[in-house]
Design a protein around this ligand. Structure first.
Ligand code: FAD
Ligand code: SF4
Length: 514
């Protein structure tokens, strides 16, 4: 084969122009590798999901008449490294050219940069044809700055794409309906069941065991619930637009015991592996809204479109703008290991117990659970951003560094000092109580601020404010809260400090237990 074309596990874009024509000169290559299973400790469903989707993609390509080489994890020719595998295949095939799609992760970019390709081979880069904006879009649009606002970026994407625009103005007259999207759900609410698949992935689970891949989390090998081919990804999207979109915006921030998916789309794995494209997702949602404007109100559709063309594209742009230094940022100088209950779910804090247990069971939690429960707690407790990042990168089926890192380190842990968010996302127990029913059956009392049975979020919230007073002294968005703390009685402050410190001292911080 004169040409070798590499397809990474998150490049399963069947509409890519590479596949428009068949060529006898071109061999498509895909590799399951220890390099990928081991760069962080992943949830077992994440590894299985990627490998299953890759296998289906390779068979679909071969069925369509393309030449495909797929190396399974245990294949005797597999060198377990991307560049070593590429070099070996290129040499074996006597190829002249290696075609690559631009990767989304910095570590892969670096690996290719440092790679000495075989002498006889040239490398040709192609776009992955997935995103709506380019990697360096922040610089293109706003110049080199220390911080960027998602809202400015989002409006620019709206104007550029024309989505939810009418005569150059936002449909309905407003850009953003977020204020309408903060409703909580009653425990008695009748919710649609999530659409789940039931794949038999036992062979893959056995392979991982046999090869000694170290994973965590739970899996039912006979009922793997995530989409692993394009047709299933499309089914999930249709299910969302038909059954969930009409309530998506309203209950975007809600949390409810016993319901792990609510009105969320659960398409992030399909999107991040590129089985779905953002354009396809946005257009499917817009069509559903246009067909049913009485059922799907403007705040629902705008709330959803903003996630896809706003947040998703924005965090990617932030990632590429600030990497590699971003990955080491630790503005608040937090050093504590993550408590061991992040790997077991065993804690008396009901909100954390539910959010973590469902993450271990399904490799999924929705945004507010990630941000305001697990992320909020890690930030308030002063956990090291490296440890927090490693957990988020491992635990979620949709976690790829370009999207995980800005969300975790920046949005959730404020480790970048405000490049992405203007103030830290921290709250006491009252926010969790407002948005969920977790507090009702908790061991702790959300109304108690200090003393016996006080909700740890209440104690840690003020402890956090107290610890970081100096750092936030010039942040106008923190001024009110700082002045509230300063006005408090000294004896009350002392009591909160002491109780918070004693709670933290007894957290149990042994890393990565099963
Ligand atoms: P829905 O709530 O239905 O939203 C629809 C889609 O919008 C998502 O599929 C996603 O593609 C996009 N989206 C929404 N919010 C964001 C966001 N903040 N950043 C990027 N895309 C967004 N998302 C990932 O895809 N991978 C991650 O590793 C990841 N890590 C996160 C870590 C933390 C600490 C936080 C706070 C958020 C993280 N997110 C991540 C963003 C968001 O939580 C998930 O995209 C979402 O929960 C996926 O579920 P869904 O498909 O049901 O989303
Ligand atoms: Fe979480 Fe506090 Fe509510 Fe318990 S009382 S569920 S710890 S917020």
């Amino acid at each position: 084969y004169a040409e070798i074309a590499l397809i990474l596990g998150d490049q399963l874009n069947a509409s890519h122009s590479w596949y428009h024509q068949k060529s006898k000169r071109r061999l498509f290559v895909m590799f399951e590798m220890r390099q990928e299973t081991d760069y962080c400790r992943h949830h077992i469903q994440k590894v299985v999901g990627f490998f299953a989707a890759m296998r289906n993609f390779a068979s679909a390509l071969a069925k369509a008449g393309h030449n495909v080489l797929y190396l399974t994890l245990d294949h005797s020719d597999n060198k377990q490294s991307l560049t070593d595998n590429l070099a070996a295949v290129a040499k074996h095939c006597n190829s002249k050219e290696i075609l690559l799609q631009q990767p989304d992760e910095y570590r892969l970019d670096k690996q290719f940069d440092e790679w000495q390709a075989p002498d006889s081979c040239s490398l040709t880069w192609h776009d992955s044809e997935h995103f709506l904006t380019e990697r360096n879009v922040l610089n293109q649009w706003f110049g080199d700055k220390d911080n960027y606002l998602m809202e400015h970026f989002y409006r620019r994407v709206r104007k550029q794409t024309g989505y939810l625009m009418e005569d150059g103005k936002p449909v309905g007259g407003k850009w953003n309906y977020d204020k309408e999207n903060r409703k909580s759900l009653k425990a008695s609410a009748e919710l649609p069941e999530p659409l789940l698949f039931a794949h038999d992935v036992s062979a893959l689970v056995e392979l991982l065991e046999q090869e000694g891949v170290d994973t965590f989390g739970h899996i039912d090998p006979n009922n793997f619930i995530w989409p692993v081919q394009r047709s299933e990804a499309k089914q999930l999207l249709s299910y969302f637009t038909e059954h969930l979109l009409s309530r998506f915006g309203d209950y975007q921030d809600a949390m409810l015991e016993g319901h792990w998916a609510l009105y969320h789309a659960r398409i992030s794995f399909a999107l991040n592996t590129k089985m779905l494209s953002p354009k396809q997702v946005v257009e499917a949602a817009l069509s559903a809204w246009q067909a049913n404007p009485d059922d799907i109100s403007l705040n629902q559709i705008e709330g959803f479109i903003r996630q896809i063309i706003g947040w998703r594209e924005f965090v990617r742009a932030i990632y590429w703008h600030f990497m590699p230094a971003y990955a080491d940022s630790n503005f608040l100088e937090h050093e504590r290991p993550l408590p061991d209950f992040y790997w077991t779910g065993k804690t008396q804090m009901n909100c954390l117990q539910h959010s973590i247990t469902q993450s271990l069971d399904y490799a999924y939690a929705h945004h507010i659970q990630r941000l305001m429960v697990t992320g909020n707690f890690a930030l308030l407790a002063g956990c090291a951003p490296d440890a927090v990042d490693a957990w988020y990168l491992g635990v979620y089926i949709d976690a790829i560094e370009w999207v995980e890192l800005p969300n975790t380190r920046a949005m959730s842990q404020f480790a970048d000092g405000g490049k992405l968010a203007t103030k830290p996302y921290v709250s006491s127990g009252s926010y969790i109580n407002k948005m969920s029913n977790y507090c009702k059956s908790c061991h702790y009392d959300v109304q108690t601020k200090v003393g016996d049975g006080a909700c740890p979020f209440n104690l840690l919230y003020w402890h956090f404010i107290d610890r970081h007073q100096q750092r936030f002294a010039n942040n106008s968005r923190m001024a009110l809260i700082l002045s509230q703390w300063r006005k408090r009685d000294e004896s009350e402050k002392k009591e909160i400090r002491e109780q918070a410190e004693s709670f933290l001292a007894n957290l149990g911080n042994s890393p990565q237990q099963d």
